[in-house]
Write a protein that binds this ligand. Structure first.
Ligand SMILES: *[C@@H]1O[C@H](CO)[C@@H](O)[C@H](O)[C@H]1NC(C)=O
Ligand SMILES: *[C@@H]1O[C@H](CO)[C@@H](O)[C@H](O)[C@H]1NC(C)=O
Ligand SMILES: *[C@@H]1O[C@H](CO)[C@@H](O)[C@H](O)[C@H]1NC(C)=O
Length: 376
């Protein structure tokens, strides 16, 4: 399987939108599109059938819906023009993982609520903006969809793009484990772990001195783990055209999935499966920490590993300054915590909700404590 997950990221600048002052959505600005009819003739992403809603278009964006299995439609924003067929992409979806059936409707009523509903009326997605002063819906040339008020101000950005979440696979249209966000501190890739999202990668090379970003595209290949980030800077004399940044996390220790559920990675190889005595034994694919099913501190203990780092210690600042015992208490007081990591030299503490790949480091002041049940 060599499916690509493509993501787009847009920067948006609000253009003033003119409109007439009115309390509710004028009839002429209301709409109701029914998901039905002939499919479009071109090849689109994921190899599905599709149909575009011609009225909601602002080059190069257009709203439409597609399905890859019969009668299961995803309403989505597409980017690209037909003359660039191979680069048409679904860039934002209203109902990922919650497909609608034929005759579903996408509508803006006079009350200002934007709704995607099944034919029987059951709501699948809504903007929750009834009676909030919405007078219209607009798709802007930057790909943002907005609900605006009588002053032309965007009240709500639907199709909101300040964080992009990967799709599980080409076939499976549900959220994948990673997301990409542009934040003041930089461009970051997150791992949406069972706990709070963890920063998995931050680009320090990111920085635009001049001009504005027209688009950013992230591609990841699940076979090789190669991640390519491509961005285009407009009106820049220093960086015209396209810049390519290749993040080669690949099969390296920096890849949190490198050693499956649990393992120690050294020099990009999975070298050890930690034992409950704190020794590093030979690694196997089945290596896994025993599950703790009780929240009671009488039922579990920790074993200690020296000279290891969890992937989150690199980009996530951790807690502290605190003592190692306090760090342990944080983990013991949190049922979902699977272990904790501690750097003696900085007295920083990290609580782990997943273990996965640990990196072997020469510095023995980097400690890992793995939670295990007392009962054998
Ligand atoms: C959709 O609605 C049309 C018109 O009411 C109807 O003929 C058709 O059978 C409906 N399709 C489905 C799958 O319910
Ligand atoms: C780039 O510069 C041109 C001319 O100065 C201007 O018309 C255009 O709007 C600029 N584009 C962007 C994206 O800033
Ligand atoms: C461990 O790392 C810290 C800071 O990174 C350093 O001060 C300390 O000397 C290192 N210790 C060893 C044993 O390398």
């Amino acid at each position: 399987m060599s499916s690509f997950v493509s993501l787009f990221f847009f920067f948006f600048f609000f253009a003033p939108i003119s409109s007439i002052a009115k309390a509710s959505v004028p009839r002429s600005a209301t709409f109701k599109y029914v998901i039905t009819g002939e499919f479009g003739p071109y090849v689109v992403e994921y190899g599905g059938n599709y149909r575009m809603i011609l009225q909601i278009f602002n080059s190069p964006f257009q709203l439409g819906y597609y399905n890859t299995t019969p009668n299961a439609f995803t309403l989505a924003l597409r980017m690209g023009l037909l003359r660039s067929e191979s680069r048409l992409r679904w860039v934002w979806e209203f109902n990922r993982g919650k497909p609608v059936r034929e005759n579903a409707t996408f509508a803006l009523g006079t009350n200002g609520n934007l709704v995607l509903a099944e034919a029987d009326g059951s709501i699948v997605w809504q903007s929750n903006s009834a009676k909030k002063g919405v007078v219209g819906f607009d798709l802007l040339p930057n790909g943002n969809m907005v609900l605006y008020d009588s002053k032309g101000q965007a009240l709500r950005v639907v199709g909101g793009i300040n964080k992009l979440v990967t799709r599980k696979s080409e076939k499976k249209n549900v959220n994948g484990p990673n997301s990409l966000a542009l934040e003041p501190k930089g461009l970051s890739v997150y791992y949406n772990s069972p706990g709070p999202p963890l920063i998995y990668f931050t680009s320090s090379q990111w920085g635009i001195q001049q001009g504005s970003i027209e688009y950013v595209m992230l591609k990841s290949d699940p076979e090789t783990y190669k991640i390519t980030l491509e961005y285009h800077v407009a009106n820049s004399s220093s960086a015209p055209g396209r810049l390519l940044l290749e993040i080669q996390i690949g099969k390296t220790s920096a890849n949190y999935e490198r050693c499956n559920k649990f393992g120690v990675c050294d020099d990009n190889q999975c070298v050890a499966c930690p034992s409950e005595e704190g020794e590093l034994l030979g690694w196997s694919k089945e290596c896994e920490a025993r599950k703790v099913n009780s929240c009671d501190v009488k039922d579990f203990h920790y074993y200690k590993l020296e000279g290891v780092d969890h992937f989150m210690t690199k980009y996530n600042s951790g807690n502290g300054v605190m003592k190692v015992d306090e760090c342990g208490k944080k983990c013991s007081g949190d049922c979902k915590c699977l272990g904790y990591f501690y750097h003696r030299e900085t007295s920083k503490c990290w609580i782990a909700y997943n273990l996965m790949t640990l990196s072997k480091v020469p510095n023995s002041t980097h400690l890992g404590y793995i939670k295990v049940p007392n009962k054998k």
